[in-house]
Design a protein around this ligand. Sequence first.
Ligand SMILES: [Zn+2]
Length: 368
Amino acid sequence: MSKNPLKQPVRRAATVVSLIAIFLLLPVTAWGKNFTPDVRPGKGVTEQYKLSRYFSPLKGTNMDTDVFVLDSGKPGATGLLIGGTHGNELAGSVAALVALENAVVTNGKLIVIPYTNLSAQSVADTRNKVSRQHLVRSRSGDRYLPYGDRRTDPADQGSEDPEKYINPGGYVLENGKEARNLNRTYPGKSDGTRTEQLSYALIALIRQEQVDFSLDMHEADTPERDKPDDDYRPGGNKRLSYTLVAHPRGLEMAAFALLAMEEDTGISLKLEESNPKYRGLSHLEIGNATNSLSFLSESPNPGQDRWRSDGDVINEPKYPLTHRVGLHLRLFKHLAEAFVVYHGKVLKIEKLPEYSELMAADIGQFLN
Ligand SMILES: [Zn+2]
Protein backbone atom coordinates (compact mmCIF):
# COMPACT_ATOMS: atom_id res chain seq x y z
CA MET A 1 0.00 0.00 0.00
CA SER A 2 2.63 2.49 0.98
CA LYS A 3 5.03 1.81 -1.81
CA ASN A 4 7.80 4.31 -1.59
CA PRO A 5 8.35 5.68 -5.07
CA LEU A 6 11.86 6.71 -4.02
CA LYS A 7 12.88 3.18 -3.13
CA GLN A 8 13.80 2.00 -6.63
CA PRO A 9 16.03 4.93 -7.58
CA VAL A 10 17.64 4.75 -4.15
CA ARG A 11 18.42 1.07 -4.59
CA ARG A 12 19.75 1.71 -8.10
CA ALA A 13 21.91 4.51 -6.77
CA ALA A 14 23.20 2.19 -4.08
CA THR A 15 24.17 -0.37 -6.71
CA VAL A 16 25.99 2.30 -8.71
CA VAL A 17 27.76 3.45 -5.56
CA SER A 18 28.88 -0.09 -4.71
CA LEU A 19 30.05 -0.67 -8.29
CA ILE A 20 32.09 2.53 -8.10
CA ALA A 21 33.46 1.35 -4.75
CA ILE A 22 34.50 -1.97 -6.32
CA PHE A 23 36.26 -0.14 -9.15
CA LEU A 24 38.00 2.14 -6.68
CA LEU A 25 39.14 -0.87 -4.69
CA LEU A 26 40.53 -2.71 -7.70
CA PRO A 27 43.84 -0.87 -7.84
CA VAL A 28 44.27 -1.55 -4.12
CA THR A 29 43.98 -5.31 -4.59
CA ALA A 30 46.30 -5.07 -7.58
CA TRP A 31 48.88 -3.56 -5.22
CA GLY A 32 50.57 -5.73 -2.68
CA LYS A 33 53.08 -8.30 -3.84
CA ASN A 34 54.45 -6.72 -6.98
CA PHE A 35 53.75 -3.16 -6.07
CA THR A 36 54.68 -0.68 -8.78
CA PRO A 37 54.16 2.92 -7.73
CA ASP A 38 53.00 5.51 -10.24
CA VAL A 39 56.04 7.62 -11.12
CA ARG A 40 56.06 9.84 -14.21
CA PRO A 41 59.62 11.09 -14.79
CA GLY A 42 60.11 14.52 -16.32
CA LYS A 43 62.57 15.68 -18.98
CA GLY A 44 65.35 16.11 -16.44
CA VAL A 45 65.61 12.36 -15.69
CA THR A 46 68.55 10.89 -17.59
CA GLU A 47 68.53 7.35 -16.21
CA GLN A 48 66.26 4.97 -14.27
CA TYR A 49 67.30 1.62 -12.80
CA LYS A 50 66.74 -0.72 -9.86
CA LEU A 51 68.54 -0.49 -6.53
CA SER A 52 69.66 -4.15 -6.98
CA ARG A 53 72.34 -2.78 -9.34
CA TYR A 54 74.33 -2.22 -6.14
CA PHE A 55 73.33 -5.44 -4.35
CA SER A 56 72.01 -8.22 -6.57
CA PRO A 57 70.24 -10.34 -3.87
CA LEU A 58 67.48 -7.68 -3.88
CA LYS A 59 66.62 -8.52 -7.50
CA GLY A 60 63.06 -9.80 -7.87
CA THR A 61 62.11 -8.95 -4.27
CA ASN A 62 59.57 -6.39 -3.12
CA MET A 63 62.53 -4.31 -1.81
CA ASP A 64 64.00 -3.62 -5.25
CA THR A 65 62.97 -0.02 -5.64
CA ASP A 66 63.51 2.36 -8.57
CA VAL A 67 66.36 4.86 -8.62
CA PHE A 68 66.15 7.98 -10.81
CA VAL A 69 69.14 10.01 -11.95
CA LEU A 70 69.15 13.62 -13.14
CA ASP A 71 72.65 14.11 -14.49
CA SER A 72 73.75 17.43 -15.96
CA GLY A 73 76.75 15.76 -17.60
CA LYS A 74 78.82 18.55 -16.08
CA PRO A 75 81.13 18.19 -13.10
CA GLY A 76 79.80 19.18 -9.70
CA ALA A 77 78.36 17.74 -6.51
CA THR A 78 76.18 14.63 -6.30
CA GLY A 79 73.12 14.91 -4.06
CA LEU A 80 70.72 12.15 -3.00
CA LEU A 81 67.05 12.67 -2.11
CA ILE A 82 65.59 9.79 -0.09
CA GLY A 83 61.78 9.63 0.09
CA GLY A 84 59.57 6.91 1.54
CA THR A 85 61.91 5.45 4.14
CA HIS A 86 58.65 5.17 6.09
CA GLY A 87 55.67 4.36 3.85
CA ASN A 88 53.23 6.38 5.99
CA GLU A 89 55.18 9.64 5.58
CA LEU A 90 53.68 10.91 2.36
CA ALA A 91 55.49 14.25 1.98
CA GLY A 92 58.94 12.69 1.53
CA SER A 93 57.79 10.53 -1.36
CA VAL A 94 55.80 13.33 -2.97
CA ALA A 95 58.74 15.78 -2.61
CA ALA A 96 60.86 13.20 -4.46
CA LEU A 97 58.15 12.88 -7.15
CA VAL A 98 57.95 16.67 -7.57
CA ALA A 99 61.74 16.76 -7.96
CA LEU A 100 61.99 14.02 -10.56
CA GLU A 101 58.89 15.14 -12.48
CA ASN A 102 60.02 18.81 -12.72
CA ALA A 103 63.68 19.43 -11.96
CA VAL A 104 66.45 19.90 -14.47
CA VAL A 105 70.01 19.69 -13.16
CA THR A 106 72.50 22.03 -14.85
CA ASN A 107 75.61 21.26 -12.75
CA GLY A 108 76.41 18.04 -10.93
CA LYS A 109 74.08 15.10 -10.44
CA LEU A 110 70.89 14.46 -8.47
CA ILE A 111 69.80 10.95 -7.50
CA VAL A 112 66.19 10.51 -6.35
CA ILE A 113 64.53 7.51 -4.69
CA PRO A 114 60.83 8.23 -4.09
CA TYR A 115 59.76 4.91 -2.51
CA THR A 116 62.86 3.77 -0.66
CA ASN A 117 61.11 1.05 1.36
CA LEU A 118 58.93 -0.24 -1.47
CA SER A 119 57.65 -3.12 0.68
CA ALA A 120 56.40 -0.71 3.39
CA GLN A 121 54.69 1.27 0.65
CA SER A 122 52.93 -1.84 -0.64
CA VAL A 123 50.88 -2.42 2.53
CA ALA A 124 48.27 -0.38 4.41
CA ASP A 125 49.03 1.94 7.33
CA THR A 126 48.78 -0.16 10.51
CA ARG A 127 49.05 2.76 12.93
CA ASN A 128 46.33 5.26 12.04
CA LYS A 129 44.59 3.33 9.25
CA VAL A 130 44.95 6.25 6.84
CA SER A 131 43.40 5.49 3.42
CA ARG A 132 45.55 3.55 1.03
CA GLN A 133 45.34 6.05 -1.83
CA HIS A 134 44.64 9.75 -2.20
CA LEU A 135 43.22 11.42 -5.28
CA VAL A 136 44.94 14.51 -6.67
CA ARG A 137 44.38 16.34 -9.95
CA SER A 138 47.68 16.18 -11.76
CA ARG A 139 48.66 18.00 -14.97
CA SER A 140 47.40 15.01 -16.96
CA GLY A 141 44.27 14.25 -14.93
CA ASP A 142 43.32 12.17 -11.90
CA ARG A 143 46.16 10.49 -10.11
CA TYR A 144 46.37 8.51 -6.85
CA LEU A 145 49.14 8.95 -4.32
CA PRO A 146 49.78 5.79 -2.27
CA TYR A 147 49.94 5.82 1.53
CA GLY A 148 51.64 2.83 3.13
CA ASP A 149 52.95 1.55 6.43
CA ARG A 150 55.92 2.56 8.55
CA ARG A 151 57.64 -0.82 8.32
CA THR A 152 58.52 -3.52 5.79
CA ASP A 153 55.66 -5.98 5.09
CA PRO A 154 56.35 -9.00 7.39
CA ALA A 155 55.88 -11.21 4.29
CA ASP A 156 58.93 -9.56 2.67
CA GLN A 157 61.27 -9.67 5.66
CA GLY A 158 62.40 -13.27 5.18
CA SER A 159 62.33 -13.96 8.92
CA GLU A 160 60.05 -13.65 11.95
CA ASP A 161 60.26 -10.54 14.10
CA PRO A 162 62.59 -11.16 17.06
CA GLU A 163 61.44 -10.40 20.60
CA LYS A 164 64.01 -7.62 20.81
CA TYR A 165 65.89 -6.33 17.81
CA ILE A 166 69.65 -5.93 18.00
CA ASN A 167 70.62 -3.81 15.00
CA PRO A 168 73.89 -3.96 13.01
CA GLY A 169 75.41 -1.29 15.28
CA GLY A 170 74.57 -3.39 18.36
CA TYR A 171 71.79 -1.10 19.62
CA VAL A 172 68.92 -2.99 21.27
CA LEU A 173 65.34 -2.05 20.37
CA GLU A 174 62.79 -3.39 22.84
CA ASN A 175 60.09 -3.73 20.17
CA GLY A 176 61.11 -6.58 17.86
CA LYS A 177 58.91 -5.18 15.06
CA GLU A 178 61.51 -2.42 14.68
CA ALA A 179 63.64 -5.01 12.86
CA ARG A 180 61.42 -4.01 9.89
CA ASN A 181 61.98 -0.25 10.35
CA LEU A 182 64.45 0.79 7.63
CA ASN A 183 65.59 3.75 9.72
CA ARG A 184 66.87 1.44 12.47
CA THR A 185 68.85 -0.96 10.28
CA TYR A 186 71.65 1.23 8.86
CA PRO A 187 74.40 0.61 7.81
CA GLY A 188 72.80 -2.73 6.98
CA LYS A 189 74.16 -6.22 6.58
CA SER A 190 74.74 -8.22 3.37
CA ASP A 191 73.62 -11.48 5.04
CA GLY A 192 70.96 -9.87 7.26
CA THR A 193 67.18 -9.56 7.02
CA ARG A 194 65.64 -8.02 3.90
CA THR A 195 65.39 -4.63 5.62
CA GLU A 196 69.06 -4.82 6.65
CA GLN A 197 69.91 -5.77 3.06
CA LEU A 198 67.95 -2.76 1.83
CA SER A 199 70.00 -0.36 3.94
CA TYR A 200 73.15 -2.25 2.89
CA ALA A 201 72.23 -1.61 -0.77
CA LEU A 202 71.59 2.09 -0.08
CA ILE A 203 75.00 2.46 1.54
CA ALA A 204 76.54 0.69 -1.48
CA LEU A 205 74.81 3.19 -3.82
CA ILE A 206 76.09 6.14 -1.78
CA ARG A 207 79.66 4.77 -1.90
CA GLN A 208 79.68 3.83 -5.58
CA GLU A 209 78.04 7.05 -6.77
CA GLN A 210 80.24 9.08 -4.43
CA VAL A 211 77.24 10.94 -3.09
CA ASP A 212 78.39 14.21 -1.49
CA PHE A 213 75.30 14.81 0.60
CA SER A 214 71.94 13.15 1.21
CA LEU A 215 68.60 14.17 2.69
CA ASP A 216 66.32 11.46 4.12
CA MET A 217 62.85 13.05 4.16
CA HIS A 218 60.48 12.08 6.97
CA GLU A 219 57.25 13.15 8.64
CA ALA A 220 56.08 13.10 12.25
CA ASP A 221 53.03 14.12 14.33
CA THR A 222 51.98 17.75 13.90
CA PRO A 223 52.59 20.12 16.83
CA GLU A 224 48.77 20.20 17.37
CA ARG A 225 47.36 18.40 20.37
CA ASP A 226 43.87 17.64 21.59
CA LYS A 227 44.79 17.62 25.29
CA PRO A 228 47.66 19.26 27.17
CA ASP A 229 49.12 15.84 28.01
CA ASP A 230 49.10 14.57 24.42
CA ASP A 231 52.90 14.32 24.50
CA TYR A 232 52.68 11.51 26.99
CA ARG A 233 50.64 9.22 24.82
CA PRO A 234 52.59 6.17 23.76
CA GLY A 235 54.14 6.74 20.38
CA GLY A 236 53.28 10.44 20.24
CA ASN A 237 56.11 12.84 19.64
CA LYS A 238 55.14 16.48 19.15
CA ARG A 239 58.69 17.74 19.16
CA LEU A 240 59.99 15.91 16.13
CA SER A 241 58.34 17.81 13.27
CA TYR A 242 60.11 20.92 11.93
CA THR A 243 63.52 19.41 12.68
CA LEU A 244 66.66 18.94 10.63
CA VAL A 245 69.01 16.30 12.01
CA ALA A 246 72.60 16.54 10.79
CA HIS A 247 75.59 14.26 10.98
CA PRO A 248 78.32 16.00 13.06
CA ARG A 249 80.37 16.59 9.90
CA GLY A 250 77.41 18.41 8.31
CA LEU A 251 76.40 20.57 11.26
CA GLU A 252 77.82 23.88 10.03
CA MET A 253 76.41 23.39 6.59
CA ALA A 254 73.00 22.59 8.11
CA ALA A 255 73.02 25.77 10.23
CA PHE A 256 73.80 27.81 7.13
CA ALA A 257 70.96 26.16 5.20
CA LEU A 258 68.45 26.75 8.00
CA LEU A 259 69.08 30.50 8.02
CA ALA A 260 68.49 30.66 4.26
CA MET A 261 65.43 28.42 4.69
CA GLU A 262 63.83 30.77 7.19
CA GLU A 263 64.44 33.77 4.97
CA ASP A 264 63.06 31.97 1.90
CA THR A 265 59.99 30.25 3.38
CA GLY A 266 59.45 31.71 6.84
CA ILE A 267 59.71 28.14 8.19
CA SER A 268 61.96 27.88 11.18
CA LEU A 269 63.44 24.45 11.80
CA LYS A 270 65.25 23.10 14.85
CA LEU A 271 68.75 21.83 14.25
CA GLU A 272 69.80 18.62 15.95
CA GLU A 273 73.09 16.76 15.78
CA SER A 274 72.99 12.95 15.32
CA ASN A 275 73.23 11.29 18.69
CA PRO A 276 76.04 8.69 18.43
CA LYS A 277 74.26 6.50 21.02
CA TYR A 278 71.24 5.76 18.83
CA ARG A 279 72.71 3.48 16.21
CA GLY A 280 70.94 2.48 13.03
CA LEU A 281 69.59 5.88 11.92
CA SER A 282 70.35 7.11 8.40
CA HIS A 283 71.75 10.54 9.36
CA LEU A 284 74.31 8.97 11.70
CA GLU A 285 75.23 5.79 9.85
CA ILE A 286 75.44 7.15 6.28
CA GLY A 287 77.86 9.82 7.49
CA ASN A 288 79.87 7.25 9.48
CA ALA A 289 80.01 4.57 6.78
CA THR A 290 80.62 6.80 3.74
CA ASN A 291 82.10 10.16 2.77
CA SER A 292 78.59 11.56 2.29
CA LEU A 293 77.25 14.28 4.60
CA SER A 294 73.90 12.98 5.80
CA PHE A 295 70.80 14.86 6.89
CA LEU A 296 67.25 13.96 7.92
CA SER A 297 64.24 16.31 7.76
CA GLU A 298 60.86 16.02 9.52
CA SER A 299 57.63 17.71 8.37
CA PRO A 300 54.28 17.66 10.25
CA ASN A 301 51.80 15.03 8.97
CA PRO A 302 48.17 15.19 10.22
CA GLY A 303 47.90 11.49 9.27
CA GLN A 304 50.32 10.61 12.07
CA ASP A 305 48.50 12.41 14.91
CA ARG A 306 47.14 9.64 17.14
CA TRP A 307 44.23 11.79 18.31
CA ARG A 308 42.85 12.34 14.80
CA SER A 309 40.84 9.56 13.26
CA ASP A 310 40.66 11.06 9.79
CA GLY A 311 43.69 13.32 9.39
CA ASP A 312 43.61 14.81 5.87
CA VAL A 313 47.08 14.08 4.53
CA ILE A 314 46.65 16.24 1.41
CA ASN A 315 44.58 19.34 2.19
CA GLU A 316 44.56 19.85 5.98
CA PRO A 317 44.46 23.68 6.09
CA LYS A 318 47.31 24.20 8.54
CA TYR A 319 49.60 21.45 7.23
CA PRO A 320 48.77 20.95 3.53
CA LEU A 321 50.94 18.62 1.50
CA THR A 322 52.23 21.61 -0.50
CA HIS A 323 53.67 23.12 2.72
CA ARG A 324 55.35 19.84 3.71
CA VAL A 325 56.71 19.11 0.23
CA GLY A 326 57.99 22.69 0.00
CA LEU A 327 59.73 22.28 3.35
CA HIS A 328 61.75 19.26 2.17
CA LEU A 329 62.51 20.52 -1.33
CA ARG A 330 63.57 24.03 -0.37
CA LEU A 331 65.64 22.61 2.46
CA PHE A 332 67.43 20.32 0.02
CA LYS A 333 68.09 23.26 -2.30
CA HIS A 334 69.52 25.31 0.56
CA LEU A 335 71.69 22.37 1.62
CA ALA A 336 73.03 22.24 -1.96
CA GLU A 337 73.80 25.96 -1.79
CA ALA A 338 75.50 25.51 1.60
CA PHE A 339 77.54 22.65 0.14
CA VAL A 340 79.06 25.06 -2.40
CA VAL A 341 80.01 27.46 0.38
CA TYR A 342 81.63 24.81 2.59
CA HIS A 343 82.93 22.29 0.05
CA GLY A 344 83.16 24.16 -3.25
CA LYS A 345 81.23 21.73 -5.46
CA VAL A 346 78.06 22.83 -7.23
CA LEU A 347 74.77 20.98 -7.59
CA LYS A 348 72.52 23.33 -9.53
CA ILE A 349 68.86 22.33 -9.71
CA GLU A 350 66.47 24.33 -11.87
CA LYS A 351 62.68 24.18 -12.30
CA LEU A 352 62.05 23.09 -8.72
CA PRO A 353 58.94 25.00 -7.59
CA GLU A 354 59.49 27.86 -5.16
CA TYR A 355 57.83 27.52 -1.75
CA SER A 356 55.42 30.37 -2.56
CA GLU A 357 54.41 28.71 -5.84
CA LEU A 358 53.63 25.47 -4.03
CA MET A 359 51.60 27.27 -1.37
CA ALA A 360 49.56 29.12 -4.00
CA ALA A 361 48.45 25.93 -5.77
CA ASP A 362 47.37 22.31 -5.31
CA ILE A 363 50.02 19.60 -5.19
CA GLY A 364 48.67 17.98 -8.37
CA GLN A 365 49.79 20.99 -10.41
CA PHE A 366 53.40 19.93 -9.81
CA LEU A 367 52.86 16.32 -10.84
CA ASN A 368 52.69 14.88 -14.37
ZN1 LIG B 1 60.03 8.61 9.46
